[in-house]
Design a protein around this ligand. Structure first.
Ligand code: PEP
Ligand code: MG
Length: 755
């Protein structure tokens, strides 16, 4: 009988055993029989983890009296070594291994060779399956394969039959050691919870195939579908999508067409597995190899293969939803390679405590959304996926950028202390709520906050912000499955104005497109921008789909009846775009007038300055607007030609570099003398050092993330503009080698905290 046929025979027999109604112990006894018989092995034994020890549960060939008597610790003997490392052992001379330990009650002294594989459930070892022979011999690859496949098939049975500790079955076996990783802080804060994978692991219900040919066809179709998806993704970014993304796609492509991979899956199907089990089986093998790889570049590639394998598994099983669609059941730390803002918004805010991203960058919209939701985020954690399992406990310190996986009780305690100190500091900011942000020299700085959701409004009174300087109306579009109807928009805007009371609110018209894709507009956007950030987005989209802008204009005008309406247009590049957008509002206003509807008491129109070209024609635009708000997130990406969502460029350009500051200084000078309010509403203004630079440039209005209002107020109260501004002028004229270092030193001399 060929090796594949033997493997198939074992699987069929195992399938029969699994389907039978006998007690779990009987089933395990039969499992060791089947393996021993088919592999012509003198011994086959099965050890399971119970009460933290590996207990001999079933054997053929060793003394039966040893069953449920022989127990070893994780790490002890060969069995314990396999449980600890999760790796296979294949030894011609078992005794020669350093960890060999002899158990007389088993009667195993006469057996020389040994092979054992871990039984893995939910990525953790829950037991070990081993074979032994009298003759010294190394086991052939195919025999090891058979053992590993058997271990995979029986893992589910063991976990569901209550044969191992309840908790071990829940979280998957032996606890792994704590680990600490460091990443890039994207949204500050502290959080703890259990890991949930954004792309959940697929649950495999059937492992043994009933019709091998049908399974082969299923895999074949899934491969075709997956290749199609990758080609679509690649088509979107070709010609300048840029950077890391391209490389990842190239790797995806390479693997998607890799014959070795599909051949291995096919071989696993030949051995009698279902399509899902075959993909999983090959993935397990890859994972094991991944652990041995030291080369970070290669490990990255393996990681891409893992990603792709998961995609294939999802396609073949039809389990396509993210964890959001399954719902969160406990305090959660979400783990994803990357996320879109709409995907994040799908999660239950009460349960979602923190986010870990393998990639991520500071001004990506998903990060802005997380910041608005006060959800701490750490990014740039490549390889974390291989280090955690679903359900692991995590401490996330997004002040220092550290992630502690599976913390010890002492670590949890230390974290609680840190948390208390953090909360105290937050409380001290909260005490600044009613304190007006005057500089030391007596200039009142307006500190407003950015918002986008109804829930954000509670932060207005909690922080004591002066108003909403940027209300991102597109968030409502991002959270909706369909285009929000006018009534829904009106209701939201009215609620926002009601919640703001006397404080001003600036509504920005929809800024969708780019990385804020909405599914129901995709058919249009699918004109496939090669570079979405510079593509058909924001006002460009709104002016073309003017029905969209008309509805929004009407909703805003209705909502602001009897009050002041502040409207801001995003991504204006040339003055005519402002005129065109304003005309849409004027038309709606005229309509309301004709219908004798109640109108806003006043309407103030303004623009966001985020496309550098607009700065060149600001003199033409200024007489027509009431305010200008500088969106430094987009502005810097365009100024430096550096994609704000590309993690590789995340730390490359500095907001306090001479290029940015000189640009801003010229804008301040251009606006001076006009009755036009100038503000900064990008993320830059919410960071202390950057805010200090802005004050130095003469900016007196900031709109920032709510969590920054306290810290920035505290900073403002320590600054003397009479000292700072002349210094800034000098730095701009003759920039120091590092503007950042110069600012930090200047602040430190004055005891101003810039962290
Ligand atoms: C900006 O670009 O700076 C900005 C505030 O808008 P958004 O981040 O929503 O693009
Ligand atoms: Mg912007």
């Amino acid at each position: 009988m060929s090796a594949t046929a033997a493997a198939r025979q074992i699987l069929l027999s195992l399938h029969e055993v699994m389907a039978s109604r006998s007690a779990p112990q009987d089933k395990l006894n039969r499992v060791v029989e089947i393996v021993a018989r088919n592999l012509h092995s003198e011994v086959c034994s099965l050890y399971l983890l119970r009460d933290g020890m590996l207990e001999l549960f079933a054997t053929r060939g060793l003394n039966q009296e040893a069953v449920h008597v022989t127990r070893m610790a994780v790490g002890e003997g060969l069995i314990g070594t396999i449980a600890e490392t999760g790796e296979t052992l294949n030894l011609a001379e078992a005794r020669a291994h350093v960890n060999f330990s002899y158990r007389p009650e088993t009667g195993e002294e006469k057996f020389q060779s040994f092979a054992g594989v871990p039984i893995v459930h939910r990525e953790r070892v829950i037991g070990v399956l081993s074979v032994q022979h009298v003759e010294p011999r190394r086991y052939e690859d195919i025999e090891i394969e058979v053992l590993q496949t058997t271990a995979m098939v029986i893992a589910g049975l063991i976990a569901s039959a209550g044969l191992i500790d309840e908790e071990a079955a829940e979280t998957g076996g032996a606890p792994r050691a704590p680990e600490t990783l460091t990443g890039l802080v994207l949204v500050r804060g502290l959080a703890s919870g259990r890991v949930v994978l954004h792309q959940p692991r697929v649950t495999i219900h059937q492992l043994v195939a009933e019709d091998t040919e049908a399974e082969r066809q299923r895999v074949y179709r899934a491969f075709a579908r997956m290749r199609e998806q990758i080609e679509q993704m690649a088509a979107q970014v070709e010609f300048g999508g840029g950077g890391e993304h391209d490389e990842v796609l190239e790797t995806y492509r390479m693997f998607a067409y890799d014959e070795g991979w599909s051949r291995r899956i096919n071989e696993a199907i030949d051995s009698g597995l279902t399509a899902e089990a075959a993909i999983e089986r090959v993935q397990q093998r890859t994972r094991m190899r991944m652990r041995e790889i030291d080369d970070p570049l290669l490990a990255d590639r393996m990681h891409d293969l893992e990603d792709l394998s998961n995609r294939l598994l999802r396609i073949v099983s039809g389990q396509l939803g993210t964890a959001a669609s399954l719902g969160l059941t406990q305090d959660t730390i979400l783990l994803a390679r990357n996320l879109g803002p709409a995907e994040l918004l799908e999660y239950d805010r009460r349960r979602l405590k923190g986010v870990l991203l393998e990639e991520g960058s500071l001004t990506a919209h998903v990060v802005i959304v997380a910041r608005a939701m006060s959800i701490p985020v750490i990014g740039r954690l490549p390889g974390i996926r291989a280090r955690v399992s679903e359900g692991d406990e995590v401490l996330l310190d997004a002040n220092s950028g550290t992630v502690t996986l599976r913390p010890s009780p002492a670590m949890v305690e230390a974290f609680a202390v840190k948390n208390t100190a953090y909360r105290e500091r937050q409380a001290s900011y909260a005490r600044l709520r009613d304190v007006e942000p005057f500089t030391r020299c007596g200039t009142r700085i307006e500190v407003m906050m950015n918002a986008g959701l109804r829930d954000d409004m509670s932060a207005l009174s909690l922080t004591g912000a002066d108003g909403i300087g940027l209300f991102r109306t597109e968030f409502q579009f991002l959270v909706s499955a369909t285009l929000p109807q006018r009534e829904r928009q009106t209701r939201l805007y009215r609620d926002i104005l009601d919640a703001a009371g006397d404080k001003p609110v600036t509504f920005r018209t929809v800024d969708i497109g780019g990385d804020k894709a909405v599914p129901y507009l995709r058919s249009d956007a699918a004109r496939e921008d090669e570079n979405p950030a510079m593509g058909w987005r924001a006002l460009r989209l709104a002016l073309e789909r003017d029905g969209l802008l008309r509805v929004q204009a009407r909703a805003l005008l209705d909502a602001a009846a009897g009050r002041t309406l502040n409207v801001m247009f995003p991504m204006v590049s040339e003055p005519w775009e402002f005129d065109a957008a304003r005309a849409v509002f004027d038309e709606q206003l005229q309509l309301l007038r004709e219908r004798r509807r109640r109108l806003p008491n006043a309407i103030r129109f303004g623009v966001m300055l985020e496309v550098p070209a607009l700065a060149e024609t600001l003199d033409l635009l200024l007489p027509r607007v009431s305010f200008v708000s500088i969106g430094t997130n987009d502005l810097t990406q365009f100024l430096f030609a550096a994609d704000r969502a590309n993690p590789k460029l995340a730390e490359r350009y500095d907001w306090v570099s001479p290029a940015v500051l000189r640009f801003l200084a010229r804008t301040v000078a251009a606006v001076r003398g006009h009755p036009v309010d100038l503000a900064v509403c990008g993320e830059m203004g919410g960071r202390r050092l950057e805010a200090l630079a802005l004050l130095g440039l003469g900016i007196t209005r900031l709109s920032i993330t709510p969590a920054s209002v306290g810290p920035i107020k505290e900073l403002i109260r320590k600054v003397h503009l009479g000292e700072l501004q002349p210094q800034m002028r000098q730095w701009l004229a003759d920039p120091p080698p590092s503007m950042r270092a110069a600012l930090v030193a200047w602040a430190a001399e004055r005891d101003i905290d810039t962290e």
